[in-house]
Design a protein around this ligand. Structure first.
Ligand code: FES
Length: 103
């Protein structure tokens, strides 16, 4: 079973179709903040590094989920724990204020 299938919700939202749409529209790597779930990273060339600059081997994945709830046993990757613990966080895209200039 792919991760995408696991994220179908009871309202009929089909993450796999959503991701296919994003992949066909976006040329850049895209991060989707899933309601009550992980950050989904979609792209043809995803690179994730640790703090020391070492690259995670992603085995050619074009979709990766990063834990947003803080409870995964496989950080930084999502292992589905967010659903078991009832993680709640719904967000909507918005504009951020301009960055504070560095002195
Ligand atoms: S967001 Fe899935 S385990 Fe944390």
């Amino acid at each position: 079973m792919s991760l995408a299938v696991r994220y179908n919700d009871s309202l009929g939202f089909n993450l796999q179709k959503y991701e296919e749409k994003i992949m066909s529209e976006e040329k850049e790597t895209t991060i989707v903040v899933m309601n009550n779930g992980p950050y989904r990273i979609l792209g043809e060339n995803i690179t994730i590094k640790d703090a020391a600059g070492n690259t995670f081997g992603l085995a050619g994945r074009t979709v990766v989920s990063l834990c947003r709830c803080g409870h995964s046993e496989n950080k930084p990757f999502c292992d589905g724990t967010h659903a078991r613990i009832g993680f709640q966080s719904e967000v909507q895209a918005r504009e951020l204020p301009p960055p504070i200039p560095k002195l």
